[in-house]
Ligand binder design. Structure first.
Ligand SMILES: [Zn+2]
Length: 434
């Protein structure tokens, strides 16, 4: 190769380069190919629910589709083949021809169809290792740390709840001081949700028809749930099997409501189902890589809405007096809450060992008590959740960490809210968290 080109050679190369630079006509957009896949995905999800009750977390599309799913059901084998067909059809759509949001829709349809296929396989008896199951359903392989790696966090908690007896009993006694009396719970929860809503609406415009109903329920494996009904309406349920501690009010208000599940669902409805006509978003399957966004954003939403010491400040000024609790004790609760947050990952490790049969139920409850730290009823409720939802639990801790890293890259508080609004308004899945 000559080190230098002569002037003539440079000119010749430039002419060639100019000719080569003329952009070729862009390939035609294949976005429309996603529409029938979206329509068929609704039918698939509604029918998977026949074999996997609870698979459909929310549905607000035409009621006829739901009726058809019940009256003309396909077999599980046919549904698995359909899920694979939808995955293949979406994969065939060339992402280079799509806008960024269309590419996200394509990734959503592939990931959610794969999760539907995986749940059908699981219901058919396939038992996968915890990490494989989590990856197939939610698109993320959880890192499982040995339980001993959480002992340093336990040591911090020891210092916050000193005295005789084992740590779970001491933490339980500590927590009992912060229980919201049953006759004050409605007022405390409503005040907390109203504050979460106010803080969210300062940054995200919500449709005027949005609203929620609040209900207290019993005998559930979860502590709170948002049931999205469509048209901007949610039913938020709080489980009162176990007493509700004061700190849970803001957590639940943000997580289930604002800017958590309620806001994600209504922004999806407004921006995807209504504005773009992407009908598949009228169904919200419980299992899929969107779940990591849903739980992760709901958990990170607490810190976003109450940055720094805002949660403590609001609780002290408003919620403690409403609950008849002494605001002077709020700092100690806050320290305990912050220390305990470091234990979230331990549940994944325990769930892995328990679901694989390496530890029995009693051992799992004992480990959940130790690494809660919590009393037996709370640990038993956690195990009931793990029995019901299995690897879904990764979405809370890992989802929160991933959403937080993604949003906080945006910059200051205003930029973070903007990034959150985009995440909640687009068909986001775990692989979008770069
Ligand atoms: Zn949730």
């Amino acid at each position: 190769m000559p080190r230098q080109l002569t002037f003539a050679a440079v000119a010749a190369v430039s002419v060639l380069a100019l000719a080569a630079c003329k952009p070729p006509a862009p390939p035609p957009s294949q976005a429309a190919l996603l529409d029938p896949i979206g329509r068929d995905f609704i039918a698939l999800a509604l029918e998977v629910d026949n074999y996997d009750p609870g698979f459909v977390d929310a549905y607000y599309g035409p009621p006829e589709a739901q009726a058809t799913a019940k009256t003309k059901p396909r077999t599980a084998e046919q549904l698995k083949a359909e899920a694979q067909r939808l995955m293949a059809a979406a994969e065939k759509v060339d992402p280079a021809t799509l806008t960024p949001i269309e590419a996200k829709r394509r990734a959503y349809l592939i990931g959610q169809s794969k999760a539907a296929f995986t749940r059908l396989e699981m219901k058919g008896g396939k038992n996968m290792p915890f990490q494989d199951e989590a990856e197939a359903l939610f698109g993320v392989r959880p890192d499982l740390k040995p339980l001993e790696s959480y002992d340093a966090v336990l040591a911090k908690i020891e210092a916050l709840a000193p005295g005789p007896g084992d740590l779970p009993s001491r933490v339980d006694a500590f927590n009992k001081r912060y229980i919201v009396p049953a006759d004050k719970l409605d007022a405390v929860m409503k005040a907390a949700i109203a504050e979460c809503r106010k803080r969210t609406m300062a940054h995200i415009a919500l449709p005027t028809n949005e609203k929620f109903d609040l209900e207290f329920v019993k005998n559930k494996p979860w502590s709170g749930y948002n049931w999205y009904k469509g048209n901007g309406h949610s039913l938020i349920q709080v489980n009162t099997d176990l007493p509700v501690r004061i700190g849970r009010a803001v957590d639940l208000g943000c997580h289930e409501g604002y800017p958590g599940h309620h806001v994600l669902n209504l922004l999806n409805e407004e921006n995807l189902t209504k504005k773009r006509g992407w009908v598949e978003f009228a169904v919200n399957p419980l299992y899929g890589p969107q779940s990591l966004i849903s739980e992760g954003s709901a958990n990170y939403g607490i810190e976003l809405a109450f940055p720094g010491d805002d949660q403590l400040k609001f609780e002290k000024e408003v919620l403690y007096p409403l609950a008849g609790l002494d605001p002077k004790t709020a700092d100690a609760y806050d320290q305990m809450r912050k220390a305990s947050a470091g234990l979230v990952g331990a549940q994944n490790t325990i769930a892995d060992a328990y679901l694989a049969g390496r530890i029995d139920k009693d051992t799992a409850i004992a480990q959940l008590m130790k690494y809660g730290p919590s009393a037996k009823p709370t640990a038993t409720q956690r195990l009931s959740f793990i029995d019901t939802y299995r690897s879904y639990i990764i979405n809370y801790g890992i989802g929160k960490d991933m959403v937080q890293a993604h949003i906080e890259k945006a910059g200051d508080q205003d930029a973070r809210w903007k990034a959150m609004e985009t995440l909640l308004s687009e068909p986001s899945v775990s692989s979008d968290l770069k």
